[in-house]
Design a protein around this ligand. Structure first.
Ligand code: PMP
Ligand code: GLU
Length: 398
């Protein structure tokens, strides 16, 4: 039968595949062929979901939670999120401002669909999380990349923000702690960005705080904590990272009501709401004291030290110490233009492929995050895997 490939929409034909998920799929494929691949590409904790959360899900099944939930989430879950925002972030939201979605990724997608008109510009400090630019483009928005450097710890300065703003600017999206750089904006740094935004009251901010708890320096600041930013900031969070619940697919927002209600409306047409069992389990997760997940953060901190030590021992990897999340984002320009084992490295993508083929280690090219000079290495893997992976990388590039 003839394949009607030309029947696909321009929208999908123009959409890039998620580079993180594509690299993970490639690693899986090579493993199935018998290759011993170490996966440091995906930002996925290697811990099991804590038992107290699993027990809550089992209880929910036995309690017959099987019907559609309210589109924007169970009231008990919204209340747990409201309490969490107050407890951890000193943010006050009411139920009309909360929307629970199928992962923070869907929260971001909803926001883009409800806020962006064709041609609206969205400022993305680079490096940004892999899907931001594509989610913006799906809404026919225009991503405006702002390049940052190792010197500013990959953070956008107020001057850079000001220079990127045009009459078409509609939004600013960033993550802190940042995936992929691990940088964290301090309260003072956020205030300086907010001071610029004062002159542009129509710009809406998306503050993605999904790595909030994976913080090695202490002190998490939210843009919405500033009174003058509260009414135009959407705070995005989720349980995937801190609670080792990536596959459970629950994310949420605290937002101005008009944005939250719009997200509710789109979700009502697209998913009818997030999975009911997972929602019940997340109530238990969010109600628990943060100390219950500290053991994972402590372990990530050890791994961060390990990987930085090992990388410092390989020529050509220039790193800043990440303050949060579980990635390092070394600059690898040292290798660009060189030929390694007969293979020419023209860019970060070539380098990531080289590491996959020659060292059997999966990483992700920085190009996917808007920075073609770096690669991202996830250290959400065991210390043994990290040691082995870095030994292989050292051998492959020496
Ligand atoms: N934002 C950032 C910065 C992320 O790294 C991720 C990856 N999980 C997401 C959002 C999406 O999270 P979720 O798995 O809850 O969809
Ligand atoms: N957020 C994770 C990452 O950056 C998971 C992959 C994804 O959702 O794209 O690796």
């Amino acid at each position: 039968m003839e394949t009607l490939t030309n029947q696909l929409s321009d929208r999908i034909n123009n959409l890039a595949a998620s580079a993180t998920l594509a690299m993970a799929a490639k690693a899986r494929e090579l493993r199935a062929e018998g290759k011993d691949i170490i996966g440091l590409s995906l930002g996925e904790p290697d811990f099991n979901t804590p038992d107290f959360i699993k027990d809550a899900a089992i209880q929910a099944i036995n309690d017959n939670y099987n019907a559609y939930s309210p589109v924007d989430g169970y009231v008990e879950l919204k209340d747990a999120i409201i309490t969490k925002f107050k407890r951890d972030n000193n943010l006050t939201y009411d139920r009309s401002q909360i929307v629970v979605s199928t992962g923070a990724k869907q929260s971001l997608y909803n926001i883009a669909q409800v806020c962006i008109n064709p041609g609206d510009e969205v400022i993305l400090p680079c490096p940004y999380w892999v899907s931001y630019a594509d989610i913006v483009q799906l809404a026919e928005g225009v991503p405006v990349e702002v390049q940052t450097s190792l010197e500013t710890n990959f953070k956008m300065t107020p001057e850079q923000l000001e220079a990127a703003i045009t009459p078409k600017t509609k939004m600013l999206w960033y993550s802190s702690p940042c995936n992929p750089s691990g940088s964290i904006y301090s309260e003072k740094e956020l205030r300086a960005l907010a001071d610029v935004l004062q002159k542009y009251p129509h710009i809406v901010v998306v503050s993605d705080e999904i790595y909030e708890h994976i913080n090695y320096v202490g002190g998490h600041a939210s843009m919405a904590q500033f009174e003058d930013m509260y009414d135009r900031t959407v705070t995005v969070n989720g349980v995937a990272k801190a609670f080792a619940m990536t596959g459970w697919r629950i994310g949420y927002i605290g937002a101005p009501s008009y944005i939250a209600r719009a997200c509710n409306k789109i979700q009502g047409q697209v998913t009818s709401g997030a999975n009911c069992i997972a929602q019940r389990a997340v109530i238990t997760a969010l109600e628990a004291p943060v100390s219950k997940i500290q053991y994972m953060v402590d372990e990530f901190k050890e791994r961060r030290k390990l990987i930085l030590d090992l990388l410092s021992d390989i020529e050509g990897f220039e790193c800043v110490e990440p303050e949060g999340a579980f990635y390092v984002f070394p600059n690898i320009t040292h290798f660009i233009g060189k030929t390694l084992n007969g293979k020419t490295i023209n860019n970060a993508s070539d380098f990531a492929i080289y590491l996959l083929e020659e060292a059997n280690v999966a990483t992700v090219t920085g190009e996917a995050f808007g920075n073609p000079n770096c690669i991202r290495i996830s250290y959400a893997a065991s210390q043994d895997q990290i040691k082995e992976a870095l030994a292989r990388i050292k051998k492959a590039v020496s």
